[in-house]
Design a protein around this ligand. Structure first.
Ligand code: AMP
Ligand code: ZN
Length: 456
């Protein structure tokens, strides 16, 4: 079956056609390494990891690059605030990020280029843009001239005027137009900087990705991904820089994941509502966090809650319990289940793929012959591997202990409590609340209804 992907640029699902099927290229914008990644930042990592696994299933060679932004004003501020050197900060958070993403079952990308190791490529691209009239130098800065690119705004589908109205753009005296953005900026002696034709300075964020993509993957890549907040300005600017410098199409398919929210608000450092992956991993297995991230379609919002985690935990417990019953047979080396595969090939429909995996697992109980059981075990394992799931031994998973009540039981008790309250039988409603509390489940009544979470 064809792999169909939604392209943010064309706003439609289309069969995926790599430029060279012998060498498929994918780039995902990585973190700025100055603090812990939150679980929203992990969403693109896990989503594009599933895509990477799927592409590797279909194509002989896939090159996946995810960068580290290791020069940025936020890093400089963090270093100053903590009285540490920039290198200490970036090395620490790069290491933590790599470990945390591995704990979520994400495969290492083939390439993890760092901005500071690609300064020559960046200077090269900025020079090209000046030479061909798309950029200009002003007061030690180099700026991209938005007016020089008639295609500017195509990705975010807004005119320059609308883009300016909706975004916070820095107005600066050295800009020919407020929409122009920085490719290179001057550094003071105490700031990190590199010698360039425009004096000692450092790159802007957008040019880093454009230059690293060209240096490591080529002028035209097949897939470029990130969260939906990157569409504008980051990806719009990357596209402008790369197309204008290379004179070639930049990206075959632009892909963007939706937001992970907490109480329906976008999770973001600026909102102060972040749950770091590092902390979550103290309380939950990485595989559970991964499954939860995959429980919604990647383009839809995903509201993170204890309730969703417990439901997904329940799902994993059930699957591992079934795998435990298959311990006596060795899995036949198998292909993924066609339904799981078909769901993923349909624009990475992970909720459908997970439902198909559940279906498959539920068939185990009816199988008697060792052959059939070995076969289905092989199919389950291959399907799980495609999603980056079910790789643990059933014993090690199940030893972590179940929550004392399962999600369905909790929901049923909540429905009974609701009814008791509607009947004004408050003694009964309180008794149910106490019963849940005794099982470590805290319930909260809010305007949206009642929610629950496990107390730890
Ligand atoms: P940042 O460190 O803000 O540049 O984000 C790193 C990656 O995480 C980017 O691809 C962002 O689009 C993505 N991202 C940031 N916040 C969220 C969120 N709440 N939900 C989903 N993706 C996010
Ligand atoms: Zn980028």
């Amino acid at each position: 079956m064809a792999l169909v992907l939604y392209n943010t640029l064309s706003r439609e699902k289309r069969p995926f056609e790599p430029v060279d099927p012998q060498r498929v290229t994918m780039y995902v914008c990585g973190p700025t390494v100055y603090n812990y990644a939150h679980i929203g930042n992990a969403r693109p990592v896990v989503v594009f990891d599933v895509l990477y696994r799927l592409l590797r299933q279909r194509y002989p060679k896939v090159i996946y690059a995810r960068n580290f932004t290791d020069v940025d004003d936020k890093i400089m501020d963090a270093a100053e605030a903590q009285n540490l050197s920039i290198d200490v900060i970036t090395e620490k958070y790069e290491r933590v990020y790599t470990e945390d993403m591995a704990a979520l079952g994400a495969l290492d990308p083939d390439l993890t280029p760092r901005a500071t190791e690609n300064i020559d490529a960046i200077i090269d691209m900025v020079s090209t843009l000046i030479d061909n009239g798309h950029a200009y130098e002003a007061e030690g800065h180099v700026l991209f001239s938005v007016a020089s690119d008639p295609n500017y705004g195509r990705l975010s589908k807004r005119s320059v005027k609308e883009l300016l109205a909706g975004a916070r753009v820095e107005v600066a005296p050295y800009k020919q137009s407020p929409a122009d953005f920085v490719l290179w900026k001057p550094s003071t002696d105490d700031q990190p900087g590199w010698y360039s034709p425009w004096g000692r300075g450092r790159p802007g964020w957008h040019i880093e990705c454009s230059a690293m993509i060209r240096a490591h993957l080529g002028t035209t890549i097949d897939i470029h991904g990130g969260g939906v907040d990157l569409v504008f300005p980051h990806h719009e600017n990357e596209m402008a820089q790369s197309c204008c410098a290379n004179g070639a199409p930049f990206v075959g398919c632009w892909m963007h994941n939706g937001f992970l929210t907490l109480h329906r608000e976008k999770m973001a450092k600026s909102e102060g509502n972040v749950l770091t992956v590092h902390e979550l991993l103290n309380d939950y297995p990485g595989e559970l966090l991964r499954l939860t991230l995959l429980s919604a379609h990647y383009r839809q919002p995903l509201d993170w809650s204890e309730q969703v985690l417990i439901q997904q935990r329940d799902r994993l417990d059930k699957m591992y319990r079934v795998l435990k019953t298959l311990e006596d047979v060795s899995a036949t080396v198998g292909e993924p289940d066609p339904e799981v595969l078909a769901a993923l090939e349909d624009d990475l429909n992970t909720p459908r793929a997970l439902a198909a995996l559940n279906q498959l697992v539920s068939k185990v109980a009816g199988l008697e012959s060792d052959d059939d059981r070995a076969q289905i075990k092989g199919t389950i394992m291959a399907s799980g591997a495609l999603l980056g799931l079910l790789g643990a031994s059933p014993d090690s998973w199940l030893e972590q202990g179940d929550v004392s009540l399962e999600a369905e039981q909790i929901d049923a008790l909540l429905a009974q409590r609701q009814q008791a309250r509607a009947d004004r039988d408050f003694a009964r409603a309180d008794a149910i609340r106490d019963e849940l509390a005794a099982a470590g489940i805290v319930i909260e009544d809010g305007p949206q209804g009642t929610t629950w979470r496990a107390e730890r």
